[in-house]
Design a protein around this ligand. Structure first.
Ligand SMILES: [Zn+2]
Ligand SMILES: [Zn+2]
Length: 599
């Protein structure tokens, strides 16, 4: 008997330990190799050149970089990363710019590489963190940024200086910035070269090489070559998104041929689900639609806005009468219409899903219509995309998947493009940026093949402070803050890990509310405690459990009333003891919410 009791007690302690552990399931992220010679204390070092990334290293999205020389800072980009299924209710994550908290007056200038949300989307949210820099962007980037700022009127206004490829801007006596044209899936992409007293720092932006681009001129390869030959490149920071894909990225010529084939073979109405950020793809669709005499209609908020902005600035070329409005589609034969819409990732409320569900106001899918959307699915969206596909098939449509409609297809250089950049720049130091850790590592290996010494390859994390010297580099022993900053609706950063953990608990194990009436004179429980639960277990079928919970509550309150009664403490006791009890009984950890009412 005695031994069972001890083992029972022991088990309880072990269980209790387990129960007390926070419920957030985290994966430990290994940090950059902590080679001693690379990590130095810098108390004796004043000034010099430092690089800090506030996001975008070891992840795809929320790109933001800082280049500091002595007490002057230049920022590049401020992007968002969209939340995933591990972050219930989180709209997006933004770069953590807290490094600038005590350096706001050092921030001289901020450059934007291109108009994609993972590069500009966070500006409204970091504006109060970055001091008062001069802003620079190319025309299309500026227009999309202004639109973005418009959506957050309380956070503006910003004055953005227009720049063109080839411009060189003097920032101070020590620093100047030159911007060069580079190709991507959106026009006006800029490579950024920061010229410092100890050498040139090149930030490639998202890029690919395209000698026959659609909707854009080829990259300023000659100027890149000249600069690297005559001035040299001390540090190259290059986009790693495509570092694990063999060969060259899809040429726009191939993509045009593919699209042409789709148009040729499609029957009925053609619905193309794609991303609003792929402006060059939209241009190709327009051109081919004109060739086959189809009218084009756009739907989806971001799609319509981007098309309007690009038309206004001349970045989309379209014959008069090609574009029609949604309410006009019935005026044309079905096989003379192409609808270009958003929602290819199965997003619940997006246009493609509404069409598939028969909830779209104008577009009804009929037998023989052709639906085309991107073949690769962003992890986490698999079920939604499958559902979307099935719904479309149920409507009798022909469904085709194509990689070239993907958000990353064609926009980012594959291995051979990245290699070409390394060959062009011949940098002394190389730092892969923009990408998952594996992409950065593989990019680094490629740089070695291209002659960069292993010791000169910098694999960093968000928040690592990298000191760059004329002949080498090292990590600062101190890191800049790098925890996630969440944006939830319009609140920035007020969603800490606690709130996120609560949401995970609620999603996984539900909650239980316990309402206890306590007699204020006797401090005893009056009437039977009310117990309400959602998403936990169906209490009506667990009468035993209910009874036991009620008994436990009485007991907890009674033990308490012998001491000094304290409502907060009593609530904690109920939360902990009932929580532990429920875990023992059900192996679940619902959120326990005690409500004490003194009567
Ligand atoms: Zn991009
Ligand atoms: Zn990007």
């Amino acid at each position: 008997m005695a031994s069972t009791r001890t083992s029972q007690k022991k088990m309880n302690r072990a269980e209790r330990q387990r129960w007390l552990k926070p419920v957030v399931r985290r994966v430990r992220v290994l940090r950059e190799t902590e080679r001693k010679e690379d990590r130095r204390s810098t108390e004796d070092k004043v000034g010099g050149l430092k690089i800090i990334h506030f996001g975008g290293l070891g992840e795809v999205g929320r790109n933001m970089s800082a280049i500091q020389y002595d007490n002057e800072i230049i920022l590049i980009d401020a992007g968002v990363r969209f939340g995933d299924e591990k972050m219930p209710g989180i709209d997006f994550i933004i770069p953590n710019a807290s490094y600038l908290d005590d350096k706001k007056d050092m921030v001289k200038a901020m450059f934007f590489t291109h108009g994609h949300m993972d590069h500009i989307g966070a500006l409204p949210f970091v504006l109060d963190k970055i001091g008062d820099p001069d802003f620079y962007a190319a025309p299309l980037t500026k227009a999309i940024l202004m639109k973005r700022m418009d959506e957050f009127k309380d956070r503006g206004p910003v004055n953005i200086n227009l720049i063109q490829p080839g411009d060189e801007i003097k920032i101070s006596n020590k620093l100047s910035v030159k911007v060069l044209r580079i190709n991507h899936s959106i026009p006006d992409d800029l490579e950024i070269i920061v010229k410092t007293p100890i050498g040139n720092i090149v930030h490639t932006s998202d890029f690919k090489f395209d000698d026959t681009p659609v909707n854009d001129k080829p990259a300023d390869v000659e100027e890149m070559e000249r600069m690297s030959r005559e001035e040299g490149v001390l540090l190259l920071m290059s986009d790693s998104t495509g570092a694990e894909n063999e060969g060259h990225s899809l040429s726009e010529q191939d993509i045009t041929e593919n699209l042409d084939k789709i148009f040729r073979e499609s029957t009925g109405m053609l619905v193309l689900g794609t991303f609003a950020s792929l402006i060059n793809r939209v241009q190709q669709i327009i051109t081919i639609a004109e060739k086959y005499g189809r009218k084009v209609v756009f739907d989806g908020y971001s799609m319509k806005t981007n098309v309007e902005i690009c038309k206004k600035l001349g970045y989309l070329k379209m014959a008069k009468g090609t574009q029609i409005m949604m309410d006009e589609i019935d005026n044309y034969p079905r096989n003379k219409v192409v609808a270009v819409v958003t929602g290819a990732q199965g997003e619940g409320n997006a246009v493609l899903m509404r069409i598939a569900n028969g909830e779209h106001k104008y577009v009804r899918i009929l037998k023989h219509d052709t639906i085309v959307f991107s073949s690769s699915v962003i992890p986490g969206n698999e079920k939604d995309v499958q559902f979307l596909k099935d719904q479309l098939y149920r409507n009798g449509a022909k469904v085709l998947n194509y990689k070239m409609l993907d958000v990353h297809a064609g926009g980012h250089g594959n291995k051979e493009d990245l290699r070409r950049m390394l060959q062009l720049m011949k940098p002394k130091l190389f730092m892969p940026i923009h990408g998952q850790y594996s992409m950065m590592i593989n990019h680094g290996l490629m740089a070695q093949e291209e002659g960069v010494e292993e010791k000169n390859i910098i694999i960093g994390d968000n928040g690592t402070v990298v000191h760059i010297e004329k002949d080498g580099w090292f990590f600062d022993r101190n890191k800049a803050p790098s925890d996630y900053v969440f944006v939830d609706g319009l609140g920035v950063g007020d969603i800490g890990n606690v709130v996120l953990r609560d949401r995970q608990v609620l999603a996984e194990d539900g909650f239980i509310v316990i309402v206890v009436l306590v007699d204020s004179s006797t401090h005893k429980v009056k009437t039977s405690p009310d117990i309400i639960s959602r998403g936990f277990v169906y209490l009506k079928e667990h009468k035993d459990l209910l009874m036991q919970i009620r008994k436990k509550i009485r007991h907890i309150v009674e033990v308490q009333q012998m001491r000094e009664p304290n409502a907060a403490y009593l609530k904690d006791q109920i939360r902990n003891q009932i929580g532990l009890f429920l875990f023992q009984k059900t192996e679940r950890r619902p959120m326990v919410l005690p409500v004490l009412i003194e009567v």
